[in-house]
Design a protein around this ligand. Structure first.
Ligand code: SDX
Length: 391
């Protein structure tokens, strides 16, 4: 309470209400998608099957899976006119800035033909977003390096197609390495959904006003961009570059800096708002990182050595133990993406691509049920009522 103005603690923004999609137990390091543990999904499923599960609540049978995947394939191309939109950006524009603009622009192509209260229209919007995100993401990369856009290849898997659109050119074909494609698909899966984190809550709040799904996803992309959230994977690589020398003395020096309140250096990829135990996604990511670097004969990568030493030291250091700081999903993902050849300014774009299914599943869950506009209140800290001074 603040003088005349009282804050009703019972008020909850109705946009961030209950959900059946994802369960997290931060104390035990548990992450379930529609009841299935992330570790089992990462081992046995793939990203498109996980998309179906998050959106529909159950795993697809063979026929449902085939129908879903062929529908996604039919929507991978973007309207040819959307390619003009890219040409308005400077070549050195950050790919997240481009993606945020282009996804919002999808509203201009589909808004008039979309009734968010029609389950079929909501389903088609979800399919369009799942299908087009890799195409638009790869286009934002191609534009930044001055290469022509590559059209999607529907004879490839979701992850293979993304890598193809990123690295193939009209002069040179690109056959994705199956180990790298599998690692890419696993990165998509591990970032797919995470309950009501900052960007998902943004999508829910925007959606609670009745805004169209493309505008809501653009709002989610904007929220994800921050270094405390989805921008952390890019920040981890910048941190590893800053540490540079993988000698024990140098690594110890940076660990001390991370504990120094007056030092802006933080261990990016460490800590989490919810997990006060290991982030289960980080364990799977670390295993995938080892597989990729082994496949590329780069197990002696100095940045991997630095990351592993940072983790080992932090897990035994009371500063981190007291504060329950463990590696999170972003700690190893950047090393994998860099090894695959993806530039750091594309890392958060890949997080946004992966999280699109989480965002659109939460949006769909809210819109298909009872909901009201979200309206968080505040703790007013300003002046009490006062009169305007007489002239
Ligand atoms: C994601 O919400 C989600 O689900 C997000 C996400 C998802 O899938 O959507 O999981 C994705 O965003 C993962 C997080 C990625 N961010 C980073 O890796 C950035 C580095 N981490 C920190 O910014 C921080 O840990 C946060 C933002 C992630 C969490 O911050 P909290 O829970 O608010 O913790 P805090 O700021 O209250 O810190 C508690 C203490 C503080 O020290 P004291 O003031 O108590 O002495 O821990 C310290 C902090 O200074 N601390 C760190 C630290 N993170 C927290 N110290 C050094 N290095 C760090 N990384």
């Amino acid at each position: 309470a603040h003088g005349l103005f009282t804050y009703d603690p019972g008020f909850v923004s109705t946009a961030s209400c209950d959900s059946k999609i994802t369960y997290i137990d931060g104390g035990k390091g548990v992450l379930l998608h529609r009841g299935y543990p992330i570790e089992q999904l990462a081992e046995n499923s793939d990203y498109l099957e996980l998309c179906y599960l998050l959106l529909n609540g159950e795993l697809p049978d063979a026929a449902e899976s085939e129908r879903f995947e062929s529908t996604i394939r039919r929507h991978t191309m973007v309207h040819e006119q959307l390619t003009q939109f890219y040409k308005g950006f400077r070549r050195d524009a950050h790919p997240m800035a481009i993606l945020c603009g282009v996804v919002g622009a999808l509203s201009a192509f589909y808004h008039d033909s979309l009734d968010i209260n029609d389950p079929h229209d909501r389903e088609v919007s979800a399919y369009r977003l799942i299908a087009k995100m890799p195409t638009m993401a790869a286009m934002s990369y191609k534009y930044s390096v001055g290469q022509p856009f590559m059209y999607p290849r529907n004879d490839m898997s979701y992850a293979e197609n993304f890598l193809y659109m990123m690295f193939a050119t009209p002069c040179e074909d690109y056959k994705p390495n199956p180990v790298l494609a599998k690692a890419m698909d696993r990165i998509f899966m591990l970032h797919a959904d995470h309950e009501q984190n900052a960007s998902t809550s943004t999508v829910r709040l925007a959606g609670s006003t009745g805004a169209n799904p493309f505008a809501c996803i653009a709002a989610g992309i904007a929220a994800l961009w921050g270094p405390s959230h989805g921008g952390a994977n890019e920040a981890v690589l910048n941190m590893l570059d800053e540490i540079g020398d993988d000698s024990e003395e140098n690594i110890q020096r940076f660990i001390q800096r991370a504990k120094d309140k007056d030092d802006p250096f933080k261990l990016m990829g460490f800590g989490h708002r919810v997990y006060r135990n290991f982030d289960p996604r980080a364990k799977v990511m670390k295993k995938t990182c080892d597989e990729v670097l082994k496949e590329l004969n780069r197990s002696d990568d100095p940045q991997l050595h630095i990351a592993k030493r940072l983790e080992e030291i932090a897990l035994e250091d009371e500063y981190f133990i007291e504060r329950k700081l463990y590696p999170n999903v972003d700690f190893y993902s950047g090393i994998i993406l860099k090894a695959i050849g993806i530039p750091t300014n594309m890392f958060t774009v890949i997080f946004a691509m992966s999280r699109t299914i989480g965002w659109i599943s939460h949006w769909n869950e809210m819109i298909s049920g009872e909901y009201k506009i979200g309206r968080p209140r505040q703790l007013y800290q300003g002046h009490e009522t006062r009169d305007y001074p007489k002239k």
